[in-house]
Design a protein around this ligand. Sequence first.
Ligand SMILES: Cc1cc2nc3c(=O)[nH]c(=O)nc-3n(C[C@H](O)[C@H](O)[C@H](O)COP(=O)(O)O)c2cc1C
Length: 217
Amino acid sequence: MKIMAFNGSPRRNGNTAKLLKEALRGAAASGADTEYVDLYSLNYKGCISCFYCKRKDKDHGTCIVKDDLSPFLTKAKEADALLFGSPIYFMSLTSGMHAFLERLFFSNYIYSAEIPSVFGKKIPSAFIYTMNVTEEQAKEYHLPQNIAAQEDFADRILGIPPKTLWAYDTLQFNDYSKYESSVFSESDKKAYQEKAGPICLKEAYEIGQSLVQDTTK
Ligand SMILES: Cc1cc2nc3c(=O)[nH]c(=O)nc-3n(C[C@H](O)[C@H](O)[C@H](O)COP(=O)(O)O)c2cc1C
């Protein structure tokens, strides 16, 4: 039983990485083999719209583009559960995560009235989002609606609605005094993170565990 986590943040030890690794720790404690991938360490682009994956005379579910992402698209297809982690950039997913999802989802999505997906099995998944905004601000800026389409496609293509974890009001800098950041209150953020940080880590761990349970359903 294999669970893969994809970090869509360029920061290898940032907020998203911490939560993804905690989710994998939960999955491993429940007996899963795990693999962690830093998408920003790979050289790749999004879908180039070649439609190889849609051709009737070729195998569906194959992205023919060859780059650093290719082996991980194959591995993702073979995995039993998938974790997607992304910081929120301009009230959406990062471009690295978007590009990855274009390649993974489009190549496994058929324009067929009968079968929407070529995965051939249900793959539990989860999205972990980290962001500067508070929960109230996220609602105010319609963030859940902005990223709902990705979750809908995950549901349609992987066959099960994804779980989600929202980590609000994260710390962006170690030392706010070094950066122009007067829109934020470092002390408020730190106070919030002291309470919310451990709760998010616990939720991440539990998501990892629950993905393992879901694969056996
Ligand atoms: C280019 C860029 C754009 C960002 N845009 C937003 C945004 O629109 N909303 C938000 O809440 N946070 C935004 N952030 C903050 C990050 O989402 C937040 O710091 C996140 O927790 C970083 O995750 P990481 O530590 O894993 O990189 C942005 C950060 C960067 C670098």
